[in-house]
Design a protein around this ligand. Structure first.
Ligand code: C5P
Length: 230
């Protein structure tokens, strides 16, 4: 059964806590990203955990292996459930992240790799020295590379999840943003899928922000999305 994660894209701890309280029991998992973490730090993670929620700490680490290992260990101590790294950090970095996560046992953090940021196109890839592969080929290659080197799963777009979930080992996590319930505003997302499509294609976790946070009735919006997830 796929899980719904709400992206807590706000920038103060108070706003984050208020949102989570108002959504209540209909959502059990929240994503804290760079904006909120940079403004409020680990305290906001603790505050949301104290409300009984699971945490996806989306800080997309990309550094030398030792630094990433220590950062993942810090996340494990905070009790987060999912953390992100960039697959382009290399084998040793991915391994170091997975090894640090493993120290916390089965309930420790799971490491998700970002393959290619969805904001990059072919010419952006060429600018950073990745020539001769389309973004889709680079996504497929990095997905394999990351999971073969210890990543538990991937952050991927709903457009990619179908082919990746067929080609990677069973048990791999597929966390997909860019999900919009049928009829919802798409905002600045370009390629979206409905919750039902994403789950059908193999997503294990859906990340949804504005369709819930900005809804007039966030609880009803979350319940409707969960119903669409099946
Ligand atoms: O509001 P919305 O549902 O578009 O929020 C999606 C969340 O997923 C945001 O936190 C956004 O940063 C994140 N995300 C994304 N697309 C990616 C990677 C992350 O929308 N490729």
């Amino acid at each position: 059964m796929a899980e719904l994660i709400v992206a807590l894209d706000v920038n103060s701890r108070q706003e984050a806590v208020d949102k989570v309280k108002s959504i209540g029991g209909s959502v059990g998992f929240y994503k804290i990203g760079l904006e909120l973490f940079t403004s409020e730090g680990p305290d906001v993670v603790k505050a949301i955990k104290d409300l009984g929620k699971k945490i996806f700490l989306d800080l997309k680490f990309h550094d030398i292996p030792r630094t990433v290992e220590r950062a993942v260990r810090s996340g494990g101590k905070l009790g987060v459930d999912l953390m992100t790294i960039h697959s382009t950090g290399g084998k040793a970095m991915i391994r170091a992240a997975a090894d640090a996560a493993a120290e916390f046992g089965v309930n420790g953090p799971k490491i998700l790799a970002v393959t290619v940021l969805t904001s990059l196109d072919q010419s952006d890839l060429a600018d950073v020295g990745i020539a001769g592969r389309t973004p889709a080929e680079q996504v497929a290659a990095m997905a394999r590379f990351a999971t073969e080197n210890g990543a538990h799963g991937l952050v991927c777009s709903p457009m990619e999840v179908g082919s990746l979930s067929k080609s990677l080992k069973v048990g791999t996590l597929f966390v997909t943003p860019g999900v919009r319930p049928a009829g919802a505003a798409i905002g600045d997302q370009k390629r979206v899928a409905t919750p039902a499509e994403a789950v059908r294609d193999g997503a294990t976790h859906l990340v949804v922000g504005r369709p819930i946070l900005a809804a007039e009735d966030p609880v009803a919006a979350a319940i409707a999305i969960r119903a669409e997830m099946g």
